[in-house]
Write a protein that binds this ligand. Sequence first.
Ligand code: MET
Ligand SMILES: [Zn+2]
Length: 764
Amino acid sequence: MVISTNLGFPRMGANRELKRLVENFWSGKVDENALLSGSKKIREEHWSLQKKAGLEHIPSNDFSFYDQVVDHSYAFGVIPARYKNLHPGLETYFAMCRGLQKAEVDVPACEMKKWFDTNYHYIVPEFEPNQQFTLNPAKILDEFKEAKDIGIQTRPVILGPISYLLLGKPIRGAPHEFEPIQLLSKLLPLYEELLSKLAGAGATWIQVDEPFLVTDLSSNLKKEYSSAYNALTKVSPQLKILIATYFERIGTNIDFVINTPISAIHIDLVRAPGQLETILKSIPSTVSLSLGLINGRNIWKANFDAALTTAQKAIDTLGSERVFIAPSCSLLHTPHSVQAEKKIDPEILDWLSFATEKIKEIVTISKVLNDGNQSVQSEIDANRKSVQNRKTSPRIHNAVVQEKMKTLNPDMFKRKLPFRERQKQQQKLGLPSFPTTTVGSFPQTKEVRAVRAKLKKGEIDQAGYDDFVNKEIEKCIRFQEKIGIDVLVHGEFERNDMVEFFGENLEGYVFSGNGWVQSYGSRCIKPPIIFGDVFRPKPMTVDVIKYAQSLTKKPLKGMLTGPVTMLQWSFVRDDQPRKDTTFQLALAIREEVHDLEAAGISVIQIDEPAIREGLPLRKEDWNEYLNWAVDAFLLSSTGVDSSTQIHTHMCYSDFNDIIESIQRMDADVITIENSRSDLKLLNAFEKHEYTNEIGPGLYDIHSPRVPSKEELKARLQEILKYISKDLIWVNPDCGLKTRGWAEVESALKNMTDVAKEFRSIEAK
Ligand code: MET
Ligand SMILES: [Zn+2]
């Protein structure tokens, strides 16, 4: 008999109840008791929902008030010294997550980082070389008991010791040679104690997540891994350990695993279906295999027939007793349920499956494998019909797009002239040295958002809305002219979000009403869904940009979101390679670029903030990705005259390892975020002799602080050490939409003054 299992359920609740609960707790609207009882209710609902669906291995401790990694830090006493004087309990916990400012206390939050290649962010643990660990297992044990109290035996989920340590960083000032993994032998006894307590409470299976097993690990970790799992498996004869890997193939890291007496291993067969064969060959006869068949990171219905074929292959080799059916990873990365979707077109809605539906899929597949089709024949028929309909629907396949894709030729991926010659032609823009610009958005004030909400509710009409936006644009332009910005922007007031705006204007996209996914803490995002061939039915930004340009004699920069970012920040099709979808997006943007140029716009920015986060987890896969990602950018940006200046923008700081790809993007100007990290990263541009123009963010827009002129001068001086002065642009490090006007005015004024000062020094 195969076993139906889940690796983790989204925490927020059907209507983001958890978000509201913790936010109300933070603002003092509800007390700790209300928080605890409210969250207990959410957990119970989620367990019951999975139980009712017929799922056998139901996870516990997949819940968190903020993030599962910070929960582990709290459970093992990994609390940085700066929080030690706070009240133990929730005050300390939330201070680590979000900082704390109250009478006499002012502590910043811990660093937050992306969870592997997802859009979920975790709180980075900080380890001291002589770190002391203390076990505080209450949360993990209590949640197990809570479920037991309502008659549900759960499989607790914990993060394995190797991955937990590898996710962390040394505290600031720790000696160079210190690496957190050196703490393993000290941490292990606490993991053993935790497991023994769980066994004591009645747990029989435990899921230990070791996602680092899908990354390139040094072989000396192998010893650490063996000693860790040899110890953990000895804790209790009644406790079986499942090691969970996800997001990529386990590869040769399987060697780490198979020599330890674990009871089961989970593999991601959605991301890495090819690994099944090898694993079936190497898996020891005492180990069960958990098949990650249902996509835990996307929103499409599973293809039952395909999943059943794969599962059958595993059963043929291992026997059904040793096979689990599972999602590819925790369902944390999918929304709660399609039940709440009232507005999505019914044809498309029928193709979707969120977490609740995915649980049912897992159960149905398990039933077929165990008892044959009889009891679930109607589900199988419905699934076949839906899968078939999606494959053949005219909504998905657009002949015009397909034809266009066939006509792509190498000339569409390069500018007509090399950068140096384009640079000469772009002198027509009449820009001074140290030209100033911004990254695009200006403050999205409460008022701007309120007017957009009114439009959505039908309280004002489109003309009224456009009128309002036009006035904002005019104000924004007058302000930029007044302080002497050289390349102006319109301010992006008409855009709710840089991806959603374009998604709404392109065909092939659909938007959920309630498809929220946790991004960090209580923050959720609702990624657009790309379901079909993408195309641009009509110009998207030309009218607004033309209007903005008509207000000024200075060059006005047209603002677009790049193809890779459009892809990365959406739920994407699983019926064609990501590359193909990205190229369709690129073609749509290329057409927009063309129309902007024809409308007289001679500076166009195509933002690609997400290009780096698309990097695969395995280094050997980087080139393939970077090749098509850069090609997509080139396809979107190169159809212009040499005198048209193409800008791009990226906001992250590690440029070193992809600098050659950035060079290949061949944007005339790139503005980058670098003000939060130090300027060392500009080394990348110097060392690799990056040839095009660069605007290293002169100040950090993520803080309301107004940088002084002295500060800005010092930074620009520093930048001059790395980048030759004829290539330097002066700009903030990202868009200004989250800031208030007062700060923006002062900061930009200081920035333009400093640029002017540098020009006049140079003139002398
Ligand atoms: C996350 S990058 C943001 C770029 C966009 N043009 C903006 O200014 O908001
Ligand atoms: Zn940015």
